[in-house]
Design a protein around this ligand. Structure first.
Ligand code: DP6
Length: 335
């Protein structure tokens, strides 16, 4: 009988974005970030010991990130001094379109991290796995694969601070899911995979004349976002997240090389949303990751009205309705 482990790990949407690294090898971010863990947008990964002498990684629905994944498995063996651990066969699939601004590397790399650790420690569930590695240690391992993946290890609202040195970075849950029932309506403007990876974009940011101004504002902005989260004040949080997304995209558009993830429909949608809000029709705010798709953040009580209004104004547009989630899960499957 083969033991197979199934991990479900969520994507997360950053309210304050991680963009730029002080040290790429150590995955030391240029600024602190803050995110909401999603509920339905996730990666489902199954893993088992391989009977041939190499790691195998099958990414269903997309081949991008395969090299990143294999490198991550090898990196984990080295960091954890687990070189003698068996090779693994891993299959992974997303419940949402990949590499177009729904943080597929966050869910993918956190799922991969947990899958390897579950196989190597033969842990049947997360509780057992946490006897070997703390949630924080697993978050740090995940961010070595992809920075944003470190924030997917917890449900609710999660922060990642650079700390005073690359060794002292802090990843932690700020609030659990029960703190605030926020929703995220993801408006799929395009599900084409993006032309420039986030990893390249993090380097390009340093060449943007706007980047130093962004970094100077971020500690204050992060503090204000935390306050708004504590007080569950979406008027305040909404303005901050829109500001932060536009600020990050301005850096992207002025970096070297420059990248423009917006499609004409992205701009059209955000102007429409702002108009609706200013006219008092909607209580919803946007954020946008490295892709053209728009995340519309609103409270549960405003969800139906928000969806209805989007559908009326953008007939035929694909929507993914998500909300705040409770973090990853792990199960043992016996064949
Ligand atoms: C725009 O985590 O994908 O989603 O660490 O190079 O893998 P790497 O980058 P990645 O960057 C994500 C950037 C973002 C904002 C965010 O999630 O904070």
């Amino acid at each position: 009988m083969t033991d197979r482990y199934q991990i479900s790990s969520p994507s997360n949407i950053a309210f304050i974005k991680y963009w730029g690294k002080k040290d790429g090898n150590k995955q030391w971010p240029a600024n602190g970030s803050l995110s909401m863990t999603l509920n339905h947008s996730k990666t489902i990964t199954t893993a088992q010991v391989n009977n041939i002498d190499q790691d195998e990684l099958v990414l269903k629905g997309s081949s991008s990130n395969q090299e990143k994944g294999i490198k991550h498995i090898q990196r984990m063996r080295q960091i954890l001094r687990l070189e003698s651990m068996p090779f693994l066969k891993i299959t992974t699939e997303n419940t949402f379109p990949t590499a177009c601004g729904i943080a597929s590397s966050a869910s993918g790399l956190s799922a991969l991290t947990l899958a390897c650790l579950a196989c190597w420690t033969r842990s049947k569930n997360l509780h057992e796995l946490e006897k070997f590695y703390s949630r924080e240690q697993m978050a740090h391992l995940s961010r070595m694969g992809s920075g944003s993946a470190g924030r997917s290890l917890w449900g609710g609202y999660v922060s990642w601070e650079p700390g005073p040195s690359s060794e002292e970075q802090i990843l932690k849950q700020e609030f659990d899911k029960a703190h605030w029932d926020l929703c995220d309506v993801i408006v799929i403007i395009s599900s084409e995979e993006k032309a420039q990876s986030s990893s390249k974009g993090h380097e390009a940011a340093w060449e943007s004349p706007l980047f130093s101004a962004r970094l100077a504002q971020l500690p204050y902005r992060l503090q204000q976002a935390r306050l708004a989260l504590i007080e569950r004040d979406l008027n305040a949080l909404g303005d901050i997240i829109e500001q932060d997304a536009l600020d990050m995209h301005s850096v992207m558009m002025t970096g070297v090389p420059k990248a423009n993830y917006f499609k004409p429909k992205t701009s059209e949608f955000i102007s429409w949303l702002r108009t609706q809000r200013h006219q008092g029709n909607l209580k919803a705010w946007f954020t946008i990751d490295a892709g053209p798709n728009v995340h519309v953040i609103c409270e549960r009580r405003d969800l139906d009205r928000t969806i209805k209004s989007i559908k009326e104004s953008f007939p035929g547009v694909e929507l993914i309705t998500d909300d705040v989630g409770s973090g990853p899960t792990l199960n043992l499957i016996k064949d």
